[in-house]
Design a binder for this molecule. Structure first.
Ligand code: NAD
Ligand code: TYD
Length: 350
């Protein structure tokens, strides 16, 4: 039996990773450490929470007492670290929360792993889940490879870049076994509706304006969240110590084209006249420092570890819409209370 610490497992991507590992590897004991911020939700894990190889711990990755205690208690063989503040817009209004969790929290985990494993690092692994946003913004051409120089431009990406540097520093300085992956934008079920796709689905359903920043010309490279979870599985088990892997599926869309496609799917699913949902598209003030384009070159992961995405975008988007429409209760719970004041500040008062 191996014991793995997964951080941020109650969030969007983390819940998919926890579900995959708990069900695929009954011989692993998965300990999910999550402080349950606004983005963490135990409803995301209802279907697996009673499985015998799963344990939830409510706690903060920045806690310098709790984290070493957990390493001592559970004797982790590996860590998959996803806990983070993850939303660019929130990082613009509150950068320090991002420094605290993403930089200090990651370093606190690294240090606990180093101290717990220092006498025998064999078979241990600290896997840090990161983002393509650390590479900055592309022009109309080119791709991010593992060799692209870091050029983070938002407080979110600066904090993630810093955490990546700390992970590499622990590898070089202390010999901590590590891997890092940098993934493109994810979409799928259980994503908090502050991010573009679930926010648009929620607003279209409720006949509210769909806010598009600037002219909608920014490009993102979208990957189905389950494909990201599969890639994490492959990299955790087969990735090389000290290496970085970019994860993406060559799926670039301008925001406006993506939203137009989403509107078509929503018209069909909601029995509306073609074109009805698109009338809700509303161009609003651009995000400060809005990165123009992200695009991943996933050749290394595909050629070295044999991972490739499983889903075409249109199919994935349809599945995603269906999930949100079938899970109105989930949406009602996460959009009650605090979400309303966030929405008011972000979209109504600015
Ligand atoms: P999310 O915001 O949905 O979830 C983050 C989770 O971390 C939540 O459950 C939250 O409660 C928890 N958390 C936050 N601060 C914590 C703390 N101090 N201690 C313990 N738990 C804490 O984020 P996500 O979209 O699932 O992203 C997960 C990871 O993947 C992040 O590291 C993010 O940078 C990375 N990533 C995300 C994307 C994307 O498109 N969403 C793409 C590439 C990489
Ligand atoms: P987001 O989902 O916040 O992811 P990221 O900023 O990490 O890429 O945003 C995706 C794109 O959609 C990004 O170019 C910003 C844009 N966007 C809007 O146009 N309107 C919105 O309301 C949001 C949340 C994002």
């Amino acid at each position: 039996m191996k014991t793995l610490l997964i951080t941020g497992g109650a969030g969007f991507i983390g819940s998919h990773v926890v579900r995959l590992f708990v069900t695929k590897y009954p011989e692993y004991h998965i300990v999910n450490l999550d402080v349950l911020t606004y983005a963490g939700n135990l409803e995301n894990l209802r279907d697996i929470e009673k499985l015998p190889n799963y344990t939830f711990v409510k706690g903060d990755i920045t806690d310098e007492v709790l984290v070493p205690e957990l390493f001592a208690k559970y004797q982790f063989d590996g860590v998959i670290h996803l806990a983070a503040e993850s939303h660019v817009d929130r990082s613009i209004t509150d950068p320090f929360a991002f420094v605290r969790t993403n930089v200090f929290g990651t370093t606190n985990l690294l240090n606990a792993a180093k101290n717990a494993w220092k006498d025998n690092m064999k078979g241990k692994l600290f896997y840090h889940v990161s983002t393509d946003e650390v590479y900055g913004s592309l022009g109309d051409t080119g791709f991010f490879t593992e060799e692209t120089a870091y050029d983070p431009r938002s407080p979110y990406s600066a904090a993630k870049a810093s955490s990546d540097h700390f992970v590499r520093a622990y590898y070089h300085t202390y010999g901590l076994p590590i891997v890092i992956s940098n993934c493109s934008n994810n979409y799928g079920s259980h994503q908090f509706p502050e991010k573009l796709i679930p926010l648009a689905i929620h607003n279209i359903k409720n006949n509210k304006p769909i806010p598009i920043y600037g002219k909608g010309e920014n490009v993102r490279d979208w990957l189905w969240v389950n494909d990201h979870a599969q890639a994490i599985d492959v990299i955790y088990h087969n990735g090389k110590n000290g290496e970085t892997y970019n994860i993406g599926g060559h799926n670039e869309w301008t925001n406006i084209d993506l939203i137009r496609m989403l509107c078509k799917i929503m018209d069909k699913k909601l029995g509306r006249q073609p074109g009805e949902s698109a009338k809700l598209i509303t161009f609003v003030k651009d995000r400060a420092g809005h990165d123009l384009r992200y695009a991943i070159d996933p050749t290394k992961l595909s050629e070295e570890l044999g991972w490739n995405p499983s889903l075409q975008f249109e199919e994935g988007l349809e599945k995603t819409v269906t999930w949100y429409l079938d899970n109105q209760e989930w949406m009602d719970h996460v959009t009650s209370g605090q979400y309303q004041s966030y929405y008011q500040k972000q979209y109504v008062e600015r």
